[in-house]
Design a protein around this ligand. Structure first.
Ligand code: F3S
Length: 392
């Protein structure tokens, strides 16, 4: 790889040990993927924040970097394993909480913002069209590439952190025009009536597309909440990092018209997709907000819960930034008056809910179903309205 003078001196350790280590990671990655150089990034988004996934080895790695490392670009964190202020109310055990706060402390010393969200684009980390970034939360990667038109590979936690601490990333994959070319045409004839329908479709298509770039045709309209949950589902059943949607996403019309494999998605496929996402059993825990809720979603939930008292545990996951807006509009008060928990900084997948005695989780997200099953829980995939009914 060809490195600039500044990059070479970073690699030689002239800007400190942490920068050198990060450069080593980026150069190794660039060589593996055939990049000829590094490019500047305008932001980073770093996963690997929950102590549940990081463990003590992760804390040690972060502490080492924090001796002389510092973020060079705007950098935000993915969700942690608990609400950073209301963890006691969430019944998180003290030892876990202490370790989680150590993780956040190390990242903060490194200069990363503890936004702790998988929707950084709703919380102040919003890249512009064609900007190069290094993000690692898979749902946010798909959303950034596809909906915002920014450019990022599916970074791992360490490579996104390395990009944050050097301001660079290897130039390959989704940073290049050719990496963004569609590979699978998806002809949609199913009627998509809710974000959950988009989520189920994403889960179905992700399995076929794997790490390709789906090009959806036939979708009449799609809002932010639809595209956010579609992005999450595509990235969980498959390794998708980008999609196009004719007439809707910004690069769909620029995509070269080449011959590609095709797939149809009709109402029967939608029904099957929904069914494969559900197990049997009465839910004892209900969680919505995967990816983290927008203010619009909180408004809908508040309207539905107004004046009601819940019988089962309900977590409404969102970023602290969006919760602050909901505090001002009164949605938070209405939601919490029902007994529901606004779970900030965390989510149903990265918090240790499986060790809290819950067995069956109802959720409106295909991605959450996928990972909760991996965590040993049974799941029910239900529309938002039905999730709230289960809680009531
Ligand atoms: Fe976000 Fe957790 Fe879902 S990180 S995308 S809410 S699994």
């Amino acid at each position: 790889m060809k490195l600039s003078q500044t990059e070479s001196s970073m690699l030689a350790g002239k800007e400190g040990r942490a920068t050198q280590k990060c450069m080593e990671i980026l150069v190794a990655l660039g060589e593996i993927y055939g990049a000829d150089r590094l490019i500047p990034v305008s932001s980073a988004q770093v996963s690997g924040v929950s102590y549940k996934n990081l463990g003590d080895a992760g804390i040690e790695f972060l502490d080492e970097l924090a001796v002389d490392g510092r973020a060079r670009v705007k950098s935000t964190l993915n969700p942690a394993g608990m609400d950073l202020s209301s963890w006691k109310e969430q019944r998180i055990n003290e030892e876990f909480a202490r370790k989680q706060l150590e993780v956040i402390g190390a990242y903060t010393r490194l200069g990363l913002e503890p936004a702790c969200t998988c929707t950084p684009y709703l919380a102040g980390n919003l890249p512009a069209f064609s900007e190069h970034i290094a993000w690692s939360e898979s749902s946010a990667v798909v959303y950034a590439n596809s909906v915002l038109g920014a450019r990022t590979n599916r970074e791992g936690g360490p490579s996104a952190l390395a990009a944050s601490l050097t301001g660079r990333t290897p130039y390959y994959g989704y940073h290049l025009d050719e990496g963004r070319t569609p590979t699978l045409r998806v002809e949609v004839s199913a009627l998509l009536e809710s974000p959950e329908d988009f989520s189920a479709m994403g889960y179905y298509v992700g399995k076929v597309a794997r790490n390709g770039v789906p090009y959806f045709r036939g979708v009449e309209s799609a809002g932010l909440e639809d595209l956010k949950t579609l992005s999450a589902a595509l990235a969980s059943s498959g390794g998708v990092a980008m999609f196009h949607m004719e007439g809707i996403t910004p690069e769909a019309n620029m995509a070269p018209k080449q011959s590609m494999d095709s797939l149809s998605f009709d109402s029967g496929d939608l029904r099957n997709a929904r069914e494969t996402l559900s197990d049997s059993g009465q839910p004892d825990f209900i969680a919505v907000g995967c990816p983290h809720c927008s203010l619009t979603e909180l408004a809908t939930i508040a309207q539905r819960l107004k004046g009601r008292t819940l019988k089962r545990e309900l977590w409404v996951c969102c970023s602290r930034a969006v919760k602050e807006l909901a505090d001002k509009t009164g949605y938070s008060r209405t939601i919490e008056a029902s007994g529901a928990r606004l779970a900030c900084d965390t989510c149903m997948v990265v918090a240790p809910i499986e060790s809290m005695g819950f067995t069956v989780v109802a959720t409106n997200s295909a991605k959450a179903c996928h990972y909760l099953r991996n965590n040993g829980l049974r799941v029910r995939f239900l529309p938002l309205e039905k999730c709230l009914e289960e809680a009531m």
